[in-house]
Design a binder for this molecule. Structure first.
Ligand SMILES: [Zn+2]
Length: 335
């Protein structure tokens, strides 16, 4: 009995002293704004993207992915206590896509729920959460990582939803990546990828011209508001057999302890406009429902509120769109 109590106590102390967690009241997402004041900012992530509230921006064109198809750049997958992260060699660069700088891939990681039938993405699309979410984190090439954490749009994150689809074949690249998960039972475990997969192998089933764009934050403390987000509309579809390992093998601290599940932050309020690329769908074409520079956006808007706020401006929508687009562009410029 004593050992059981000591075991439970140690687990909680470890979580609390390591700063933040996803599970306990003392260190979970609702406590982050208290412990980390930046987490209560006005440009927080993730958000619920409501397609018919986005603003179409002709400048959001195709991305240029440099060296994303080179398998030599993904070196190691590692258990980081709150996720699994893939380390990369420097050299994969991102530009285009309406970005105002060239960005270098720093790492990528994932967020997930608690089982095959649960939802674990961070962003939501029209109020729906996906099974998982992939985040590819980039920093501006002319900044160090430390500088990027303090610089508006210092970081660019590409977010991909992952949906489980029964009956489809196992994707070879995702099979190569996820077969390593069983070796990552506890914090610090890692596994060399040995040039078995490239970044493009993992994302090439998605249409890269359909996406949403907004300025937000890191989704973990200290929630720095330095991220230009790109959330792709189309999900990556994976067979359930490739996703099960995330719920089965990973533990928060040590093998045998709490399972590492539900590592996603709830959606936040964010007053920034959400832009849509010309190829992305925008739901019902009713025009913008608020000023791009003001108002609220996020999971706190109910469909009823949306109906009330859109009813008066529906006919004026297209005119507002023409007048406000230049303002939206200015707002997204780094300052
Ligand atoms: Zn993330």
């Amino acid at each position: 009995m004593l050992f059981v109590l000591l075991g439970l106590g140690l687990s909680q102390v470890e979580s609390a002293t390591d700063g933040f967690c996803y599970y306990q009241t003392s260190c979970g997402p609702t406590s982050w704004p208290v412990t980390y004041p930046t987490c209560q900012g006005t440009e927080q992530s993730p958000i619920n993207i409501q397609k018919n509230r986005t603003i179409r921006d002709e400048h959001l064109g195709e991305f240029k992915f440099h060296q994303y198809d080179n398998r030599q750049f993904l070196t190691q997958i590692k258990h980081t206590k709150m996720s699994v992260k893939v380390r990369v060699k420097p050299g994969m660069e991102l530009s285009g896509g309406g970005l105002r700088a060239v960005y270098l891939v720093s790492q990528f990681h994932l967020h997930w729920g608690q089982n095959i039938s649960a939802q674990g993405s961070e962003h939501m699309l029209d109020g729906k959460r996906a099974s998982m979410e992939l985040h590819i984190v980039h920093r501006q090439t002319n900044l160090t990582l430390e500088e990027a954490f303090k610089h508006r749009q210092g970081l660019a994150v590409l977010a991909f939803f992952i949906e489980i689809e029964s009956g489809i074949a196992e994707d070879p690249a995702w099979r190569n990546l996820t077969r390593t998960i069983k070796y990552l039972k506890e914090d610090g475990d890692h596994y060399d990828l040995n040039e078995t997969v490239s970044l493009m192998d993992l994302i090439n089933t998605v249409n890269h011209t359909k996406y949403y764009r907004y300025n937000g934050s890191l989704t973990t403390p200290e929630c720095n508001e330095v991220v230009v987000w790109t959330v792709f509309e189309e999900p990556i579809h994976l067979n359930a057999s490739l996703v099960e390992c995330f719920f089965e093998y990973l533990h928060v601290n040590h093998a045998g302890g709490d399972k590492l599940v539900n590592n996603f932050r709830p959606v936040q309020s964010n007053g920034n406009p959400v832009l849509s690329s010309p190829a992305a769908s925008r739901g019902a074409d009713i025009g913008p429902t608020r000023s791009p520079a003001g108002g609220t956006h996020g999971g706190d808007s109910t469909p009823q509120q949306l109906m009330v706020t859109t009813s008066g401006s529906a006919r004026r929508g297209p005119l507002f769109l023409v007048l406000l687009l230049p303002l939206a562009g200015l707002f997204l410029r780094p300052v």
